[in-house]
Design a protein around this ligand. Structure first.
Ligand SMILES: Nc1nc2c(ncn2[C@@H]2O[C@H](COP(=O)(O)OP(=O)(O)O)[C@@H](O)[C@H]2O)c(=O)[nH]1
Ligand SMILES: [Mg+2]
Length: 455
């Protein structure tokens, strides 16, 4: 469907900035740049050295000046895409960048689609699919752990892991085939059914261990939906503002100020919270507040963590107790947090050291709250690798099912080896979709459509 192989686009975000970058990649990129760009050293682009930067003028086809720019040159295959590539660093003015792009398109390039540079890198064998997805995650990473994970995936950690499982599957198939081909030979490579089952079970365990990292991987990557609840005036909106360090939600001494839910992202170094301030809960006749309270219950349903604020000067009420029962019934993870600690006497505070006591108004006690959140969600021994993508999870689940079927049928002496190898092939095939050794156009569309236009 895509004929013109030379693609180009503005790869920096829209808006004014110091520098804006245009990337051109493909067979004709040097030829195009030779016509558009007049380097001060006056040397033709074709003769220039790769991986160097050249300063010069960008000119229109009629010779008029467009900008002064720095051009970086990458000769294929030693470029991001694997094809000849040029990057023009012009002034970060959207008008200039669009004008330069227009000229490039007139000279024969085609405007790239979302993720097309990365897709080209994949098709040229520079990166496998898990590494491409690692790039996407790196661009989107919002906390330390997410970044660590995405960079390790970009370096190929998941690819290696998947490749190792594939290798084990091939070895296993080879044992079976050796036995099929030389059934009467006493060759060393032929193993008993039990011995094969042990090997298959090891592969199943490796797959299972990877699958187990998915929940945590998703939390690290996507953040923890954290819902603030409590009676009106407990200080929920104050706490949200305190976390954000700005006056995001309206705070008043009037109960029922917050009616709609407010969502904000908070980064706690290694974790991201998707914090939702709600109307809280109480009996009310106010029509709008009622809707807000109904929403609180909806948010509790989807919460991965509930921060339940209590006004410490009032203590736990019967309606708070009912809410606690509700959370227990739902088996929600929650933290009971006593706010307005500034109103309590030193003596009361000292008698309640096991409680999380904070003052949202005076920003005290927040560190304790944050460390309690980390205790809940950060694993003591972190894995080297977490699955963080539904695509991997679903594929590996299929792999596990195939291996389990294999093991089950292996125990039946009446099923011949050549019928059993089918399950190993299925598993192998599924793994090759993860890395992209095997792919469909639809799979590539789904993956690269999530990328931004410049990547
Ligand atoms: N003394 C004291 N007052 C607070 C504290 N946190 C919130 N408040 C006050 O409690 C009232 C209600 O706060 P708000 O954040 O709107 O509560 P919400 O209804 O739970 O969202 C406001 O007057 C706040 O200034 C605190 O830590 N100490
Ligand atoms: Mg509020």
């Amino acid at each position: 469907m895509i004929e013109n192989k030379t693609i180009a686009n503005i790869i920096t975000p829209p808006g004014k900035s110091g520098v804006g970058i245009i990337r051109v990649s493909g067979e004709q990129s040097f030829m195009i740049i030779d016509q558009l760009f007049k380097p001060y050293d006056q040397q033709s682009f074709m003769a220039k050295e790769s991986h160097k930067a050249y300063l010069g003028k960008v000119v229109r086809s009629n010779g008029s000046l467009l900008d002064e720019a720095l051009v970086l040159l990458f000769k294929g295959p030693n470029s991001f895409t694997g094809d000849d590539t040029v990057e023009i660093q012009a002034h970060g003015n959207p008008f200039i960048l669009r004008e330069i792009l227009k000229e490039i398109l007139l000279l024969g390039a085609r405007q790239s689609q979302a993720g097309e540079f990365s897709r080209q890198a994949f098709l040229n064998g520079k990166l496998d699919l898990t590494q491409c997805e690692g790039i996407l995650d790196t661009i989107n990473a919002s906390n330390k752990l997410a970044l660590q994970q995405s960079l390790s995936q970009l370096e190929g950690s998941l690819r290696k892991k998947i490749k190792n499982i594939s290798k084990e599957l091939i070895k296993l198939s080879a044992y079976l085939e050796a036995t099929i081909d030389f059934p009467d030979d006493e060759i060393d490579s032929s193993l008993s059914r039990t011995e094969i089952a042990v090997k298959a079970d090891n592969i199943r365990k490796t797959t299972d261990n990877l699958l187990k990292t998915y929940q945590q991987g998703k939390l690290i990557k996507e953040g923890i939906t954290t819902v603030l609840i409590g009676q009106p005036n407990a200080g929920k909106s104050s706490l949200l503002n305190c976390f954000l360090n700005e006056d995001r939600a309206i705070i008043t001494e009037l109960p029922g100020t917050t009616r709609d839910a407010i969502e904000e992202q908070i980064i706690l170094d290694e974790l991201t919270l998707k914090l939702v301030d709600t109307a809280g809960f109480r009996e009310t006749e106010d029509k709008i507040e009622k809707i807000g309270i109904a929403k609180t219950y909806d948010y509790i349903q989807i919460a991965q963590l509930v921060i339940f604020l209590i006004d410490a000067s009032k203590g736990l009420t019967t309606s708070d107790q009912k809410m606690l029962d509700h959370l227990d019934r739902l088996e929600k993870k929650y933290l009971l947090v006593y706010n307005k600690a500034d109103l309590l006497s030193q003596e009361i505070l000292e008698n309640n050291v096991d409680r999380i006591c904070i003052s949202a108004k005076h920003s005290t006690g927040l560190e304790i709250l944050m460390s309690r959140i980390k205790e809940i969600f950060l694993e003591k021994e972190s894995e080297e690798l977490y699955l963080n993508n539904l695509r991997y999870y679903e594929s590996l689940n299929k792999v596990r099912t195939s291996i389990e079927t294999f093991i089950r049928e292996l125990s039946r002496e009446d099923i011949p080896y050549d019928l059993l190898t089918i399950h190993l092939k299925e598993a192998y095939q599924e793994l090759s979709f993860i890395t992209g050794e095997n792919f469909t156009d639809e799979l590539l569309e789904n993956i690269f459509n999530q990328f931004c236009i410049g990547k």
